[in-house]
Structure formats: C-alpha cells, structure tokens
Design a protein around this ligand. Sequence first.
Ligand SMILES: Nc1nc2c(c(=O)[nH]1)N[C@H]1C(S)=C(S)[C@@H](COP(=O)(O)OP(=O)(O)OC[C@H]3O[C@@H](n4cnc5c(N)ncnc54)[C@H](O)[C@@H]3O)O[C@H]1N2
Ligand code: MOO
Ligand SMILES: [Mg+2]
Length: 414
Amino acid sequence: MLSVRDAQSIILDLVRPFDPQTDIETVDLSSCGDRLLATPLSANADFPYWDNSAMDGYAVRYQDVSGASPDRPLPLQIVTEIAAGTTPQTAIAPGQAARIFTGAMMPPGADTVVMQEQTRRTGDRVEILASPAEKGDFVRLAGSFYRAGTSLLPAGVRLGAADVALLAIAQCSRVPVYRRPRVAILSTGNELVPPGTPLQAGQLVDSNQYALATAVTAAGAIPLLSGIVPDRPDALKQAIARTLEQADLVLSTGGVSVGDYDYVEQILEELGGQIHVKSVAVKPGKPLTVADFSAETDRPNRLYFGLPGNPVSALVTFWRFVRPALKKLAGERQGWGPTFLTARSRHELKGAGRRETYLWGKLHPVSGGYEFELSQGSHSSGNLINLAQTTALAVVEVDRGPIAPGELVSVMLV
Ligand SMILES: Nc1nc2c(c(=O)[nH]1)N[C@H]1C(S)=C(S)[C@@H](COP(=O)(O)OP(=O)(O)OC[C@H]3O[C@@H](n4cnc5c(N)ncnc54)[C@H](O)[C@@H]3O)O[C@H]1N2
Ligand code: MOO
Ligand SMILES: [Mg+2]
C-alpha cells in the first residue's frame, strides 16, 4: 500500500497539463469568471491612464497652499472646472485653482488636490483651510499603479472578480482560457439502478455517478455521465475503452477491491493501461486504482481513476486525489493539492492505525481560528447519509492515537 503522500505525488507526476497553444478557447469577458487564463496578460497602456484626481475638490499648486490652516486660509481664484471624462483646457498659474471631480484629469500646472471639505467657496474664489500633507496629495499619477508592457497576470490563474477587472482595463474583451477538461464517469455494479427505478431485492440506486458529476462540475470540468456498467468483463472493457476515447480523464466507481466481481484492474491491464496505484493507506479509499493510457492512446493525457464503490470512499478519493490531478491537467499554475488548515476538534477522533484516516464533518470559524465538528453517526464508507453538508475532513495521521476533544487536528477543505 502506498502512503497518501506517495500516491499523491505519483498521480500528479502522471498528469501532463493542457497545452497553452491547443487546449484553449476564447470566451467573452462577461463569462470568463472562474475560468483559467491560458495566456499571460499585459496591457499596452499605463494605469492610471492619466494623472487624475482622487477627490472632489480643487486642483492646486502645492506651493500656493502649503501651510494653510483654518486660522490662515489661503485664497485662490477658480479659473476652470474639470469633470471626469473631459480634457482640461486651461493651465493653472500661481494663485489659481481648478474645480475638479474624482477621476477627472489633472490640469497642467496643478500638482495637488485639496478635498472640498477642507475648503470654503465664494463665487469664483476658494479658500484653502488646511495644508496638504505633501505635494501630490490626492493625485493618482499616470502609471503609478501599473506600467504598460509589464505583467498583469500570469497564465494559469483562475479568474476572479478582481482579475476580470484587469482584463477589462487591458482592453481584453475576448479572453483566452483553457478549455474545460472532459471527465467521463462510469458506475460499475450489477446491483445498480438509475434514480427513479423501483428497487428489486438486492438492488441499490446509483448515487456515485451524480455525486461525482457534481464534484467534477464544481472543479471546473465537464462531467460526461457515462452510465452504469454491469460487473461483466466484456461490458466493462467496452465501456472503459469507449470513455477513454471520449474524455481527458475517466472515473469509475466500484470493482477495484478483491471480490470475484471486481474486474476493473484486470480490464485496465488488458486494455494496455499502466497501473501506477493499486491501493493506498487511506481510510476510506484503500483500493484506489490509477492507470495511465497516454502511451497506449498517443495522447498526452489519458488517466483512469478506478475509485472504490463505497459512496464515501468515492467522494473522499475524488477530493483527495482526483481534484488535484484535475487542477493540474486543466492548466492551473499552482496549488493543486487540497487546502489544509488546523482546527480544534469538538469531538474525539479515532484513526485506523496504518491508514491515514479522513473523518467527515463541518468546519466552523471561531474567534482565533476554527473548530471541527465531527458528523454524528457511523463513519462507515457506505454511510452517505451523514456525509451530507460536509465542508471538511479531519485527518488522523497513521498510527496517531485518538485525538481528544479540544485537541488540534489537521483539516482538509472539500
Ligand atoms: N476482503 C476484502 N473486502 C473488501 C476490502 C478488502 O480490503 N478486503 N476492501 C473494502 C473497501 S475498503 C472498499 S472501499 C470496498 C471497495 O469495493 P469496490 O471498489 O470493489 O466496489 P464494489 O464492490 O463494486 O462496491 C462496494 C460498495 O459500494 C456500493 N456501490 C458501488 N457502486 C455504487 C454506486 N455507483 N452508487 C452507490 N453505491 C455504490 C456497492 O453496492 C457496495 O456496497 O471493498 C471493501 N471490501
Ligand atoms: O477504504 Mo474503504 O473505502 O474504507 O471503505
Ligand atoms: Mg468490490
């Protein structure tokens, strides 16, 4: 059995990220949020574009108003008014000021802005009632935030609201992003029926396909729901071969343990897959099986994850191992691994000795940190009932004794 850490690094090493030349598409600025930028971004204009005012007030010459105070107001003559979006026509000479508004271009001659709350206006005269702290106060100088041609964003970042604003000011109305990975999802098992089907004795509704499709979508990829496959080698072989053709990455659930109907590993080998992971010292998720078909299919990415059939095992192994691989594949530049933080456990947490154990529950922000609330009820990997509304998994390391209530524990966000 591989350790979790080794399994993760083997898996990540197998992933070849998308090609920034070919695995891209172009989308509108208005719909690029949450996508991965495929090309580094820079702009050919400075930002701010022009020297402009940060306040509604008066554009002045610093030397005219330095030392002003309520007891010593300094008068200036207003010679022009500049609204945002207009070009100043008049230069400011000694003893003069321009009425100016936030975002408006600075007039020639002025170097400082005094906010209107520190002035008193009478007709075309204004008295300055406070000295600016320094020359240049409340002026946003051209290029002071950004110099044309330098880097704005590297490739591979997920575009959030602030990033989209940068694309806008860089005049990028069509945005090159990585295409979304296509992830095929198969459920294997003779006992499985689709939701909505009355159950015969011994049957079970297939929940994994839908759970994983949701997780795949949440990870920014496209799920291809590829059906239920019976535990028959011929049917499995056909389904796996078909999905390997259609998708960048294939997930199946079930059929990876040691039972007589667990055929997945055998079929992967028959189809020419290189099996790199057969089992991992993790609970739940021990029989996780990972095969690489890149050589076989002559395509850079062709990874197969045989996830264990138990519903909790399927999701936990997705979150722990598949999602990082998917992030790397999709072109995300860094931070593929899960996010861990430290929380104080509200409950006793027991590990499974030789297997790194993931216990599901909820993370609560509290003053000074986080608390982990263990889901009550059975932590059997077949119990999908108390997995609902899980926000975090507490990690009990190999051979760590029970974690007492109030102790710190490492927690993985899901
Ligand atoms: N003798 C041993 N038996 C088992 C071992 C072992 O080490 N020795 N490992 C156990 C562990 S741990 C796990 S996890 C499971 C993994 O089993 P498989 O991946 O082979 O999955 P199945 O046998 O096909 O099914 C297991 C379980 O999950 C249910 N299932 C399957 N697919 C779905 C689905 N799409 N939706 C909902 N539920 C599903 C299935 O009905 C079974 O109950 O093996 C243990 N056994
Ligand atoms: O590893 Mo299995 O996933 O514990 O039930
Ligand atoms: Mg089995």
